[in-house]
Design a binder for this molecule. Structure first.
Ligand SMILES: *[C@@H]1O[C@H](CO)[C@@H](O)[C@H](O)[C@H]1NC(C)=O
Ligand SMILES: *[C@@H]1O[C@H](CO)[C@@H](O)[C@H](O)[C@H]1NC(C)=O
Ligand SMILES: *[C@@H]1O[C@H](CO)[C@@H](O)[C@H](O)[C@H]1NC(C)=O
Ligand SMILES: *[C@@H]1O[C@H](CO)[C@@H](O)[C@H](O)[C@H]1NC(C)=O
Ligand SMILES: *[C@@H]1O[C@H](CO)[C@@H](O)[C@H](O)[C@H]1NC(C)=O
Ligand SMILES: *[C@@H]1O[C@H](CO)[C@@H](O)[C@H](O)[C@H]1NC(C)=O
Ligand SMILES: *[C@@H]1O[C@H](CO)[C@@H](O)[C@H](O)[C@H]1NC(C)=O
Ligand SMILES: *[C@@H]1O[C@H](CO)[C@@H](O)[C@H](O)[C@H]1NC(C)=O
Length: 781
């Protein structure tokens, strides 16, 4: 297989392929196929030395150099010197072990690669529809700085114009680092900083120069599209008449259109090295960002917090008052959510009330519903043929039905619309259309019920159909001697129901890290929140043409993934931060979570795409984000770094594990330790409820006038929940009140979780906390 294909294969993968194969091979990603074999005895390690305690960066770097690496002196690739201490270097396992023994070294771990959480060529959302009516609120946020760790930025995009913005906030200490096709003039009052990191990637994979047939810029410039897309979703300026070749036309804007962007390019060709990410986070914390947006994560299973670079970096951000919002991943299956540490806001993806219809007009005048991003007009009628009826000589019909390369008979598909099926949910759908085009076919109908809501782009007119349309199609073909059809170009349909639905690909909880690895009684109901992540229109890199319609150069593109939902939450966080500059990251998380909704636009609980199946908080966390309500949450569940450390201690974290996060974090020998389930998180999760349990929470009031909140309870099935006191009175802003939640199990839940919630209501606000319990025994026999 040629190298270019390897990369297109990676880029159009829908889902973490490693998961589907059932294992997570370390450093065996296909990208290495295209790189000169360079891995030998040495590997790239991160040497982590804890909190920053040196007076300045230079003294850290000097101190780093003083650590002897034994005989072979290794060259440090990255120095982490600003927000935490350490370095990364190519080391042999023996050297790594030796370093581990050094007294100033906290831990030594291998730098691994993370995946960008894009599921390529999926659907869209109009950001405006998500934020209808919130124009006043959106005019805020001009001094909030959002750090985006991603694949860089295309600075000429209209989305990054700085029209109307004031001077760069003085407190910002970042830089505009220049490089390939990126000069100081590429930063402005919107893109106030831009840096890039490639040493980790190059150490792990190989030099960028060796990546074949892929354009790249050794600079913050984005050749991938992903980084421009996420950054413009967060804080893109208002751009009228934006569309993907006419599809989804409308005004494009970031959620926090006046916020500033600090760009940290640490991802290359869809992969981001731990070592580069840590370096980016070290800089971002020091530069003074308010929010960090991370649309990538490790392939499942999620590593334990103490061993995961993203969790460690995010902990330092949290400690410095920075909210980290991160994507939950696109791995479909239960217990695959990543970025689940309680100091990270973990974001799932959901659909909008909008569909991109590319319908099929049959010869009998019937119109079948199809979905895709298809701007191409088909001028004539064309004959229909099942791919299974067009098998190349020697290929079984079933094999041909998947429309893979070299399985179809060219003479049979020429000038026809070919009907293909899906073999695996992770398949490259785009490739099928390429195969048909190469064989002289003119269109494709793909029977793909499960992924049809996700907008794909193809090289020929193509559309995805579900079960309903399939039946009509089959009966037409069965009764017609010369069946013909036309595929219509995409039209946008609004107000579709039900919406939102959790996206088919969005990774699910529970958070397997906390309960299983540190034997906790308490869990968080991760993901924390869901936001639009299906068919999002945002800025694109015009040189990223690999997966676009007819490989055309685009300024705006429509893609899907939890990569796309995370920036929506980062934007909402930026707006909240501008209203409440002193709020802690936990307060912002709480405001977003407690004001979300679990209802769709039909008044029922949000379902999961494609079949609107039943969901739980393990699909959507607290619910679907409600940006306007989150600006006025009324009550807030706050917690700080000490609370997190206590939580980890009560969950059984060892001193050595804690040291990986924070040097000062010894577990105190507290005779009355705070139980882990009393960690003041805005959701309540108990992984083993033995009979009955009392859980405590504290809320802080934010409101101008005295008010009373009343508790309203949804009992999980078989559990009686009572709240004491059931009324909370507040006189003035900043007051705190604590309450007790008594959980009494009447019925075992047989290994499953049962769900409910507590909502504090005062007639204006609704402050909801979801409850998830696994009942192992009852309190009555
Ligand atoms: C990058 O800069 C080089 C040298 O100036 C130029 O030839 C090339 O066209 C530029 N590439 C892009 C995509 O702008
Ligand atoms: C929007 O852009 C299209 C071309 O992409 C152009 O034909 C159309 O006139 C524009 N509409 C407005 C209102 O500017
Ligand atoms: C600290 O992190 C490293 C790197 O992942 C890991 O190998 C080590 O086991 C961790 N230490 C503890 C005590 O968890
Ligand atoms: C058809 O597909 C099956 C299953 O994937 C495979 O084992 C077989 O080799 C294929 N046959 C041909 C002729 O491609
Ligand atoms: C199909 O395979 C042929 C060689 O057999 C190759 O030239 C062509 O590029 C492939 N097409 C696609 C879409 O992969
Ligand atoms: C949804 O329903 C269709 C048609 O009944 C079925 O083929 C498909 O497998 C279902 N998908 C899921 C994820 O349940
Ligand atoms: C549950 O509680 C009972 C009574 O307090 C105790 O005997 C039992 O061991 C507990 N079970 C578990 C699994 O902790
Ligand atoms: C729940 O417990 C409270 C207090 O113990 C009791 O008054 C109430 O009747 C119980 N509700 C149910 C449904 O058992």
């Amino acid at each position: 297989m040629g190298c270019s294909k390897v990369f297109s294969f990676i880029l159009v993968l829908l889902i973490e392929y490693t998961l589907v194969n059932g294992s997570t091979p370390k450093n065996t990603i296909p990208i290495t196929w295209c790189i000169k074999a360079k891995r030998s005895l040495v590997q790239h390690y991160i040497v982590y030395m804890g909190d920053q305690s040196h007076p300045n960066s230079e003294s850290v770097i000097r101190a780093n150099h003083e650590i002897s690496l034994g005989e072979a002196k290794a060259e440090a690739l990255h120095h982490y010197s600003k927000s935490f201490r350490g370095f990364s270097a190519m080391l042999t396992p023996e050297q790594a072990n030796q370093l581990q023994e050094h007294e100033s070294v906290v831990s030594v771990f291998e730098s691994k690669l993370n995946r960008l959480h894009t599921t390529h060529s999926w659907d869209f959302l109009g950001l405006n529809s998500a934020y209808t009516g919130s124009h006043v609120a959106l005019d805020w946020a001009s001094d909030v700085i959002v750090g985006v760790v991603d694949s860089g930025v295309w600075p000429e995009s209209e989305s990054f114009r700085d029209y109307g913005l004031g001077p760069v906030p003085e407190r910002f200490k970042g830089e505009c680092v220049t490089g390939d096709n990126f000069t100081l003039a590429n930063c402005n009052k919107k893109i106030i900083g831009a840096r890039f990191y490639s040493k980790g990637f190059e150490a792990d994979v190989g030099p960028l120069e060796d990546v074949v047939n892929r354009q790249y810029f050794r600079s913050p410039r984005d050749s991938d599209g992903h980084g421009s897309h996420t950054a413009s979703t967060i804080a893109g300026s208002i751009v009228a008449n934006a569309s993907l070749l006419g599809i989804g036309r409308g005004t494009a804007r970031g959620g926090a259109a006046n916020a500033r962007l600090a760009i940290y390019k640490a991802c290359w060709f869809g992969y981001c090295s731990d070592a580069d990410i840590l370096s980016a986070m070290d800089d971002a914390i020091h530069d003074g960002v308010d929010i960090l947006s991370l649309s990538f994560g490790p392939s499942p299973p999620q590593p334990i917090y103490f061993e995961d670079a993203v969790s460690v970096g995010a902990f330092h951000a949290f400690q410095n008052g920075i909210l980290v919002s991160a994507s939950a991943g696109n791995s479909i299956f239960p217990a695959t959510a990543c970025n689940v540490a309680p100091w990270i806001l973990t974001v799932a993806a959901s659909t909008l009330d909008r569909q991109f219809r590319s319908d099929i007009h049959l010869g009998n005048s019937k119109v079948l519903k199809g979905l895709s991003l298809n701007p191409i007009k088909m001028d004539n009628w064309h004959a229909l043929i099942y791919a299974s009826a067009a098998a190349a000589p020697g290929v079984p019909a079933t094999n041909a039905s998947f429309c893979k390369n070299n399985t179809l008979d060219r003479s049979l598909i020429k000038d026809k619309i070919v009907i293909c099926t899906i073999e695996k949910v992770t398949e490259n759908r785009r490739l099928k259309a390429m195969v048909i085009k190469e064989g002289g076919g003119v269109g494709m109908i793909l029977i793909d019920h499960n992924a049809r809501d996700v907008g794909f782009e193809f090289v020929i007119p193509a559309t995805l159909i579900g079960q309903d349309a399939l039946e009509d199609l089959q009966s037409y073909i069965n009764t017609e001697r010369n069946p013909i059809a036309r595929i219509y170009p995409t039209r946008t349909v609004l107000d579709t129901k039900p919406a939102p639905e959790v996206a088919a690909f969005s990774s699910m909880g529970p958070n397997v890290v906390t309960p299983d690895i540190i034997k906790a009684k308490c869990i968080q109901l991760q993901p924390d929140i869901t936001a639009p992540g299906v068919n999002i229109l945002a800025a694109w890199s015009p040189v990223a043409t690999e997966d676009t319609v007819e490989q055309r150069s685009l300024d705006y593109n429509i893609i899907s993934g939890t990569s796309m939902s995370c920036p929506h939450i980062s934007a909402v966080a930026a707006i909240i931060k501008s209203h409440y500059p002193s709020w802690s990251p936990a307060s912002i998380m709480s405001a977003i979570m407690t004001t979300s909704t679990v209802m769709d636009n039909t008044g029922r609980v949000i379902g999961r795409d494609p079949n609107d199946t039943k969901t739980t908080p393990f699909d959507y966390g607290s619910g679907h984000v409600n940006p306007l309500a989150s600006l006025n949450p009324g009550l807030v569940y706050d917690f700080n770094t000490q609370d997190v450390v206590k939580f980890l201690c009560s969950n059984g974290a060892s001193a050595a594990q804690l040291k990986n996060l924070t040097t000062g974090g010894e577990c105190e020998k507290d005779p009355n330790p705070t139980a882990s389930y009393n960690f003041n998180y805005p959701s309540i999760g108990v992984s083993k409820l033995n009979g009955s349990l009392s859980v405590y929470r504290t809320v802080t009031f934010y409101g101008k006038e005295a008010t009373v909140y009343y508790a309203s309870i949804e009992n999980p099935e078989g559990v009686n929940v009572t709240v004491t006191p059931s009324e909370l009175r507040f006189m003035k802003e900043g007051e705190k009140a604590s309450f007790r939640v008594d959980l009494k199990a009447l019925k075992k839940s047989n290994g499953n979780f049962v769900f409910g919630g507590i909502t504090w209501k005062n007639g204006i606000q609704r402050v909801r906390t979801p409850i998830g319990l696994n009942v192992i025994s009852t309190s009555y026999y």
